[in-house]
Design a protein around this ligand. Sequence first.
Ligand code: NAD
Length: 420
Amino acid sequence: MTSKTVTIVGQGYVGLPLAQAAARAGWRVHGLDVTESLVEALNDGTSHVDDLSDADIQEMLGLGYRATTDPAVVADSDVVVICVPTPLGDGGSPDLGAVKASSRTVGDNLTEGTTVILESTTYPGTTDGIVKPILEMASGLTAGDDFQLAYSPERVDPGRTDYGIKNTPKLMGGMDDASTQGAVAFYGSFIDHPVPMDGMREAETAKLLENTFRHVNIALVNEMAKFCKELNIDIWEVIRGAATKPFGFMKFTPGPGVGGHCIPIDPNYLSYEVRNQLGYPFRFVELAQEINNSMPRYVADRVGELLNEHRKPVNGSEVLLLGVTYKANIADQRESPAMPVAEALRDRGAVIRFHDPMVENWNLESGSVTREASLEEAVKAADVVVVLQAHETYDLEKLAADAKVMLDTRGAAPKPAVRL
Ligand SMILES: NC(=O)c1ccc[n+]([C@@H]2O[C@H](COP(=O)([O-])OP(=O)(O)OC[C@H]3O[C@@H](n4cnc5c(N)ncnc54)[C@H](O)[C@@H]3O)[C@@H](O)[C@H]2O)c1
């Protein structure tokens, strides 16, 4: 057990589980955030992320964890980890505003001997070219001599139970050996497999390779789903067959589009930097984007076809969307493809209804929708039911039998549901 202190900057989906792991390993943990209401809720023992319950936060508080908006906590910390958002800005370019602002805050309060680690997903060169100069300028200290600096990407998969912080290998690349070892010493106190890397840029790029790999492979099966439909080939059976190969193949499945804060966003960071530094496109990313972004409209087209087979126009038909979060069994709606699916159908005059066990009120750009009170009645009443997320609480066999028509975009419902 250690009695050292860590400040974790950003108490969201990444920072909060990290704070929990560190607190359980005996670290004194400060959870630094700029959102006052969030800090108050955490100190009152209330969680806002799917993977942590209120009881988890209360346990953390019992272990000495405190959330705060006061950056002075950085000064008495042995380690500072930055886990702030890295969204896309105007025109789809990286928005490093939170990384820059938090680096400045850390730099203003930094003391000698501290190890600073960036966890936010970002393009190669950010830790060295952006975070380092801000820390040095704000603190008057020199990276490498006075403090250590490393990059260690987060690999959390919200809602996943077989792999968590402890048993997922974690990459860490420092600006020098001492920095890498500083990161290994911190994470190694609660992670089974720290993976030291030769450099920060390699660690940054490895994270983007992982997410681009998913993006591209999802696009591959999405494109195949479209032409298999036209060729009258069952893509789900194709994938089931291919996935029996024990080597050289990894299973990905089609769907209504990619969501969340990683797959639709992170590969852009890489393509932006390739274009910015080298002047040419990262074609795989751009193609994957084009295909995955086309899926919500494809789902709307398929709904139109199914209604047509039943002699109904989209205009005026009641469409019930099941599961509007970006993945199954979690409440996170960020970048969910359900939104463009609903907007495309509304544009064509459909009456949108929805049900999701984890979302009560769903705010669409064209106005909010309230969850159907009775799933059973809503399924029976709708002209078409569209499964966007197969949450495990859904009895899809029964729902498919009850629905007039069901379009299943996840390949999870049995016949008579029609698959994407
Ligand atoms: N959520 C995931 O599954 C996941 C997985 C891997 C990597 N990531 C990456 O981790 C980073 C954080 O993502 P997240 O999902 O935890 O974001 P989040 O939005 O859930 O949380 C970020 C927190 O940072 C706070 N914040 C913003 N600016 C700040 C500042 N200047 N100082 C202090 N706090 C500040 C916000 O108030 C918020 O509470 C991103 O780069 C993301 O791409 C996320």
